[in-house]
Design a protein around this ligand. Sequence first.
Ligand SMILES: [Zn+2]
Length: 314
Amino acid sequence: MRTLEINGTIVKPGKAQWLNVNTYSLTVGAEVAMPAYVINAKADGPVVLFTAGMHGDEINGIETLRQLLQKKVAQHLQRGAVIIIPVVNTISFMYKSRALPDGKDLNRCFPGAKNGSLGARIAYDMMQKILPLIDVGVDFHTGGAQINNYPHLRCKFDEHASVDLAKQFGAPFLVNSEYREKSFRKEAARLGKTILVYEAGESLRLNKLAIKTGLEGCERLLKNLDMLPHDAIEPYETAVLQTTTWLRAKNAGLFRTYKKHGDYVTINEKIAAVTDTYGKEYFAVLSTVNGYIIGVNNSPVVNVGDALLHVGCV
Ligand SMILES: [Zn+2]
């Protein structure tokens, strides 16, 4: 039987409770915490981490984990432990901002430092207090700026443990993704911990498909790890995408696409258009590859070179 201790709070086997990973002071003297809900089953098993809100404007993951909490996983967990942190970057969430107040991206602050910038301190707390306890995790994100991502998981394909874990979670697409320097996923991997990145939806917008797919993935993963009771688990069809390509605007103007998110497109197929603002010119956007649309720019006013559509190739 093993207990979990986070920031001085002990969660015994068979117990579930909220605790604060840390608290951070605001300029007015108030403190903002990073709450975590820890469910520790009586029987030993894997420790799974679910995190969202690393970027404070990415709401879909926060809502996904809120719904997971509402499903009262704690009452059904039959082995192992689950740590749920719905908002890692609470300060940026308060401001509906991707970045921290000093402009830093928290997901480029890892592994952090005890006495560093605010982002470095939050990263340090995640590295020191959370990662040593877990076996695997899923970090929930959405597209940055006004990019709307079709639900997909990102991991490094040459790491078989990551690919296996991704298939146990299940998402419509699995994308090969190299590590980014100073990211949570990369620094977790250095500690031997597999973190998948789940990308779905658009910042500051709730997206039903993103949330539903994410929630089902959490439950499917816990069932596949025999942490939740289950009958036979139906295999999930995931399209594995080896490479991805951004189709970029060759002309400035107003952008619209004729395709739906997740659609398959073929080389030279007319899939979108950019028109000038005054009804004089029309520029067709042709796909340069065969693949699935996994990202759409929802901001219709584009400059030359702006990202329009993200296409993933099998
Ligand atoms: Zn993000």
